[in-house]
Structure formats: structure tokens, C-alpha cells
Design a binder for this molecule. Sequence first.
Ligand code: SF4
Ligand code: SF4
Length: 315
Amino acid sequence: MEYRILGNTGFKVSRLCFGALTVGPLQANLSPEEGGRVIHYALEHGVNFIDTAQLYGTYDHIREGIKGYEDKVIIVSKSYAVDFDEMKQAVEEAREKLQRDVIDVFMLHEQESGLTLKGHRRALDYLVWAKSQGQIRAIGISTHATKAVHAAALLPEIDVIHPLINLSGIGILDGTREEMEEATEFAYSLGKGLYAMKALGGGTLIPRAKEAFNYILEKPNFAAVAVGMRRLSEVDLNLQLFSSKIPQEDEWQKVAREPRKIHIDFWCVGCGACEKRCGQGAIKVIDGKAVVDHNKCICCGYCASVCSEFAIKVV
Ligand code: SF4
Ligand code: SF4
């Protein structure tokens, strides 16, 4: 496993970051013991970086998974909290459930622009205070938008940025892949630590996984890439992809052939863009939410590319 320094934080993180969303109730819904086993297996193989969020409901899985590695892992969490007290509660929840006095990085979840960051000023003030008290070690934001990367780059309080970026530019809210590249290079030049999300475009780039990971891994400004994993076989495959080994064709085929389906997240706003995009007539908005007909769906992922809410994933 290769390690990189995460900007000015000085944290030495594995380039493969365990994205914990997938083991939790919003996706694979593994028990804390089952999910913890997958996390633990990744740690045994050199991963030392875990990404989660208050929303994901995976603190119990992580607490199980890091047993024996408590002093070696770097954990990021995040919250949608807007005000001071809400963020205080979010940080305290993470410290309590993870049974860690100090959370390595705590973030404002899914910031869209400088304006959104201003709206979260009191939550950010809490994080600054918590850092001064040694409860967190670094402050960050996660975002799908180039504007938020630019705005956060200019904020001295922000140490880490976790932006959405991938080979096809799927999911970037306000620009192209090239514009996100430019924004992240700017942030890196100012010393921000960067690690990428959605390198596989929410699953749509799985058939081009090698190419999609190489696209990020070759960029010097990204210390790591968060990848969601649900099974030991997925950990094995990602370990090979991240160590530049070419996976055995049969291992590759095993994972590539595992059944997949389109999953609609609960934050779908029922806009209907996916319905218009689907050439198979496999997705329809019913009672304000998109519903997939799995008998018709071919898992092409095209609908994910038009969902501005990033509510569609191949799981
Ligand atoms: S495009 Fe996204 S937000 Fe709009 S209806 Fe489809 S899943 Fe929901
Ligand atoms: S994955 Fe393809 S076939 Fe399935 S709902 Fe989306 S666009 Fe339609």
C-alpha cells in the first residue's frame, strides 16, 4: 500500500480510503460485526484511512472494525449541522460512538458554494473551537461542486477538502471535470489536503475501474480516494488496483459479475430527470420519488448522470 501526506495536516494516509457508507444501513445494511469484519480486513492489508459521516450510521461498524488498530487509523466524519450546538452534538456523537477522544478530521457535509459555507459559519465556529480543545485534529468540507472547492481553498480554517471527481465528470454539480481539476489544483497549491470521492461515478464506471482509479491516482494533488466496499472480495480487488497489480482475470470477473442493481437514495426530490433519460422505461417517479423496475433496468447507469441530487447509485 502506498501512503501520502494529506496536505498541511501531516497525516500519512493510505491511498485507498475505506468509504464506510456502503456497509451501513443506507446501502448493504451489514450488521456492525459483518461490516466491521470488512473494515478490519482492509486495515490488516494496509488501509489506515476511513471516511464516514453522521448520516451513514456506521460508527458502530467502524468501532468494531478498528479493534487492534485504534492508534493507527485516521478517521474522517462529517455532519450537515448548520449551527454551533448542532455541530457540537454531531462531534460528541462521533467521539462517543467511535469511543475516541479525538476525531482526526471533522467536516461540513456536502457544501455547494461559498454561500453555503457562509450559512454554516456557526457550525464551522464550533469545529474551530473543538480543534483548539484537541477534540478534533483537522477541519474539512465534502462537496460535489467546484465553487465550494474554490471557496474552501480560501478559508484558512479548512484543512481538508473531499471533492467529487471522476473520469467522466458524473455528479459534478456546477461544472465539468476540467473545472473540478482546476479548482482542486488551486486548493492543493494552498496546502489543502485532498482526497477524492465517487471515483467510480457512483458505480457507473465499474466496467472501467482500472482506468477510473488511475485517473485519480496519477494526480499528485490527491492523497487518497475513498472507495465504498461491502465484501472481502471487493477489498481484495481494490487492494490490487491500488498497488498497480493487474488483478487475475478470474478475480476481476467474479467481482464484475456480482449482481448489481440501481439504488435510489431517500433524498431523491422527484424531479423526473432520470425518467426522461432512461431509454428502457425502467424508472418512473411515483408519489414524488423515483422507483426502478428491476425487470427492465439494464444497470447502464445513464440515469445517474442526470441526477443533480446524486441520488442514484449502482450497488
Ligand atoms: S433524477 Fe434523481 S432526484 Fe430526480 S427523480 Fe430521479 S433519482 Fe430523484
Ligand atoms: S440504469 Fe439504465 S436502464 Fe436502469 S433505470 Fe437507469 S437509465 Fe434506465
